[in-house]
Design a protein around this ligand. Structure first.
Ligand code: NAD
Length: 499
């Protein structure tokens, strides 16, 4: 693969038709991470044509599902062998700590393994038609050509949640990773090619959303567009997809409440509140960016959270002391800062953080894109800082007096991706979990997810589910095959000419 021929179309590594390239810059220190081909609409249309031809030929869709599953298990094994190479590329693009990228690669392998095992198990079902002469069955078939559009925060992980079920189902696809972080998606195509996925089944175009990405939601030859990213982009994609009534799967943002009752295990709740807000510098769709804490413990809890937040060590991928890393870009850091500033203008108080990190905060931080962990209190429901997703290392504090108020605050968002409840009263915790309108609820924990458990959003956090059996269903169409084994004249319409 030549360095600047990184689009993968119809089994070939090709440069962009325009010859354009993009330099990927590591936000940890401004070094060059990679130079990749920059696709435009023309390249994406070529990739869609290749995916369409491959799908229509049956070259993958007609392979028995257990064999497709076996392929995914081989992908997982190869990924485990090449784990450090992949993790290095992920850290170079995103600036995240190398150990976190290694964890991501393990999670990605586990995702391929899950769908590899599931592939042969969702063939369909027999339906009792209530008539012994009728054979009725539901067959789950691949949905067809899939467009996949992914974000920069967990670049290959978010892609894997789409790639693995699509391959299991027998689909063909075009993946458009974030233009900021394409490297591991490119490596993934190398694995598919190496393991013999037929040409045209897997295609990759990297480039900007409006140019390289848009055809995936607009083109009539794409049957499903699966998108992970921000709410505003999700709305554009859903609207564009309506033009051809294609299927749409959306994994969007969140403004996720972390609800702490007074009887919670204090140390565990504080520790996890730090993880919830500041892991990966808050660039996590399910980040616990809204701390909702009982008024009896709020002061003590927030004082401790601030004290601990001030100790968090920031640094680059290979800084062994670092506990979290940079933001993805200067533009994104400016957005996070503007959000904090808007909160201050509305009356919120920054308890700690609220500014860019400099060399005085840690050696070398001034040459990367870093932002200090930020705790914001004095907020009111409805303030922009409480309502909007910052997608950075910020957490706001709201307080409540009783269970009803806790639930009302936690549900007061257009989003509905995830939330947590902390209490040692199992009944209370389960009751609140039942009342929260979010796709994932943690009780006395924050952030874990399982490949075998569905992930997705209520409300404007999205449409559909990834992972779990429903994550495979997204890539399947249900067909009802009804056979009458004893055909007979119905007599519904009389033969009026008969005598
Ligand atoms: P983004 O919406 O800016 O971009 C996501 C992807 O969409 C990128 O590949 C981008 O190039 C592409 N895109 C942009 N405009 C497009 C268009 N008009 N047509 C087609 N494609 C287009 O999001 P981001 O900044 O990369 O990622 C952060 C967002 O992703 C956050 O809101 C976060 O919550 C969300 N996210 C959600 C989940 C989840 O599971 N729900 C997971 C990870 C990230």
């Amino acid at each position: 693969m030549a360095d600047t021929a990184t689009l993968y179309i119809d089994g070939q590594w090709v440069p962009a038709a325009s010859g354009a390239t993009r330099t990927i810059v590591c936000p940890a220190d401004g070094t060059e991470a990679a130079v990749v081909s920059e696709a435009s609409r023309e390249d994406t249309e070529r990739a869609i044509a290749a995916a369409r031809a491959a799908f229509d030929s049956g070259v993958w869709s007609s392979v028995p599902a257990p064999e497709r599953g076996a392929f995914l298990l081989k992908v997982a094994a190869r990924l485990r062998e090449r784990k450090d190479e992949f993790a290095k590329a992920e850290s170079a693009d995103t600036g995240k700590r190398f150990v976190e990228s290694q964890i991501d690669m393990d999670d990605i392998a586990a995702c391929f393994e899950f769908f590899g095992r599931l592939a042969g198990q969702q063939a369909g079902r027999i339906v009792d038609a209530g008539d012994n002469s009728v054979l009725s069955r539901i067959v789950y078939e691949p949905v067809g050509v899939c467009g996949m559009i992914t974000p920069w925060n967990y670049p290959l992980l978010q892609a894997a949640w789409k790639l693995a079920p699509a391959i299991a189902a027998g689909c063909s696809f075009v993946l458009k990773p974030s233009e900021l972080t394409p490297s591991t998606s490119i490596l993934m195509m190398d694995v598919f090619a190496e393991l013999g996925l037929p040409d045209g089944v897997a295609n990759l175009v990297s480039g900007t959303g409006p140019d390289a990405g848009a055809p995936l939601s607009e083109h009539p030859d794409v049957d499903l567009v699966s998108f992970t990213g921000g709410l505003a982009t999700g709305k554009i994609i859903a609207a564009a997809a309506a033009g051809t009534v294609k299927k749409v799967a959306l994994e969007l943002g969140g403004k996720n409440p972390n609800v702490i009752f007074a009887d919670a295990d204090f140390d565990a709740a504080v520790d996890n509140a730090l993880n919830a807000a500041f892991v990966h510098s808050g660039q996590v769709c399910s980040a616990g960016a809204r701390l909702v804490v009982h008024e009896d413990i709020a002061e003590k809890f927030v004082d401790e959270l601030v004290r601990r937040a001030e100790q968090i060590r920031i640094g680059g991928p290979y800084d062994d002391a670092a506990e979290t890393g940079p933001l993805i870009s200067a533009a994104h850091r400016d957005k996070v800062h503007a959000y904090v500033q808007a909160g201050i203008a509305e009356g919120a108080r920054v308890r700690t953080g609220g500014r860019f990190a400099t060399d005085e905060d840690g050696e070398g931080l001034g040459s990367g894109i870093y932002y200090l962990p930020t705790v914001i209190d004095n907020v009111l429901r409805g303030m922009s800082v409480v309502v909007e997703e910052a997608f950075g290392p910020t957490v706001t504090v709201e307080t409540f007096a009783d269970e009803d108020e806790a639930v009302a605050i936690a549900n007061d968002t257009v989003y509905g991706l995830a939330g947590a409840v902390w209490s040692q009263d199992a009944g209370l915790a389960q009751r609140v979990a039942g009342r929260l309108r979010h796709g994932t609820i943690w009780i006395n924990d924050f952030h874990p997810y399982l490949p075998q458990a569905e992930w997705g959003g209520f409300g404007q956090s999205g449409v559909g589910r990834e992972l779990g059996p429903m994550g495979l269903s997204e890539y399947q169409e249900a067909k009802h095959v009804y056979q009458n084994t004893a055909p007979a004249v119905t007599g519904w319409f009389a033969d009026h000419s008969a005598k």
